[in-house]
Design a protein around this ligand. Structure first.
Ligand code: HEC
Length: 137
């Protein structure tokens, strides 16, 4: 009797702990944002493409903003600055932990910056590639 009560308690505790571990490892606003773009993209996220976007010179948008690094840091670990010299925190999530955690902010800046740099909005594929690259930095 005592033995089986103990094992039921042990099993119940293990279930609670594993459920907790599963949610705390994965879920969060950034993961939700990435999952939403992934669902609209044609292929699995490709961080290498995101890295290329980060470093690319497009020159198809506004003449004074040919690249993402015109404003963002030369590397994701470095800060950058706007055209009016306001400082921009590093894009690397390891340096700026609240990066890409507000869906409205992410949408607003992708729209504005992709249009300014590339001359069109970014695709869902480009967005998920860019975000997974920076989430790993
Ligand atoms: C004209 C300057 C400028 C350029 C060029 C620029 N950005 Fe930004 N970007 C900003 C500013 C300012 C912010 C908002 C401040 C912040 O997030 O620190 C921002 C924020 C963002 C965010 C949201 C960050 C977050 O934490 O949610 C994304 C995504 C982004 N930019 C993507 C890009 C991409 C992709 C490019 C190149 C195609 C690019 N940016 C080029 C100025 C720029």
């Amino acid at each position: 009797m005592n033995f089986s009560k103990t094992s039921i308690k042990t099993v119940a505790l293990a279930l609670v702990l594993s459920a907790f571990a599963a949610t705390s490892a994965e879920a969060g606003p950034r993961e939700d944002i990435i999952a939403k773009f992934q669902a609209q993209a044609e292929a699995p996220a490709n961080p290498a493409n995101g890295e290329q976007m980060y470093n690319a010179t497009y020159g198809t948008g506004k003449p004074d903003t040919p690249k993402c690094t015109t404003c963002h840091g030369a590397t994701p670990q470095q800060g950058g600055e706007t055209r009016t010299a306001k400082l921009i925190d590093p894009m690397a999530v390891s340096k700026t932990p609240d990066r890409f955690t507000d869906a409205k902010k992410v949408d607003k800046w992708f729209r504005r910056n992709c249009t300014g740099v590339i001359g069109r909005e970014c695709t869902a594929q480009e967005k998920v590639d860019f975000l997974t690259f920076l989430a790993g930095q």
